[in-house]
Design a protein around this ligand. Structure first.
Ligand code: MD3
Ligand code: FE
Length: 205
């Protein structure tokens, strides 16, 4: 389903097996030395979403090779690079060309977590962002490139959904106004929502 030019939503793209596999891997990544953190925001407060960065460390609002305390970032899993290439091809029907995928951000949402409207502009590359959702459903708000306010479209994201944001949608404002606690399949064993975004930093190797 094309939601806007370059924004393609493929519901249920991940098999149940791949979803369960990714949940297990996210748990491992979150437990690593460069694992989950809730970032402080420059204007005060702390993000309600817990994040783990792979490949490059995202700290508001730039990428670094290591955490502020010097802990090295965990490597970018080639599994996610391969998944991103398949995702772009599934969404657009053409192979991914351009900057290689080298960053993944794993976001964990508990029942109260939200993400305010923002643009993703910390990457030097304009390669599409690949988003994979696991666990609880959420309301995903897809806006415009000019303002963080209306017009926007609310889309329900469910476990297994793929969303690819490229072209003119790459710089659109977007956010997660709420999740739907308790909607995850109990068999997945995840209490909350995980979102994996796979990106090209555009930074040198
Ligand atoms: C549209 N994550 O990590 S994924 C983020 O569900 C982020 O955790 C949300 O926004 C989440 O920055 C939304 C969907 C998404 C991700 C990246 C985008 C939409 C995007 C980049 C450009 C435009
Ligand atoms: Fe974002």
């Amino acid at each position: 389903v094309t939601v806007a030019p370059g924004a393609v939503h493929l519901p249920g793209w991940l098999s149940a097996e791949t979803q369960a596999d990714l949940v297990g891997r996210c748990r491992q990544w979150a437990r690593g030395p460069a694992g989950t953190r809730r970032h402080p925001m420059p204007r005060g407060g702390v993000m309600s979403v817990s994040m783990t960065s792979l490949g490059w460390h995202w700290r508001p609002y730039s990428y670094a090779r290591a955490l502020p305390d010097g802990t090295p970032v965990q490597p970018f899993p080639e599994l996610l690079g391969a998944l991103a290439a398949r995702a772009v091809e599934a969404a657009y029907g053409t192979p991914h060309e351009g900057d290689p995928y080298d960053v993944a951000l794993v976001n964990f949402y508990d029942a109260d977590a939200r993400m305010g409207m923002h643009q993703d502009r910390d990457e030097l590359s304009r390669a599409p962002v690949v988003s994979l959702s696991l666990g609880d459903s959420c309301v995903f708000r897809f806006g415009n490139t000019e303002t963080r306010t209306r017009p926007y479209t609310d889309v329900e994201l469910r476990s297994g959904d793929l969303f690819v944001f490229g072209g003119p949608s790459r710089m659109a404002y977007h956010g997660v106004p709420r999740t739907r606690p308790g909607t995850a399949d109990p068999a997945l064993g995840l209490n909350g929502r995980l979102n994996i975004t796979i990106r090209a930093s555009g930074l040198p190797g």
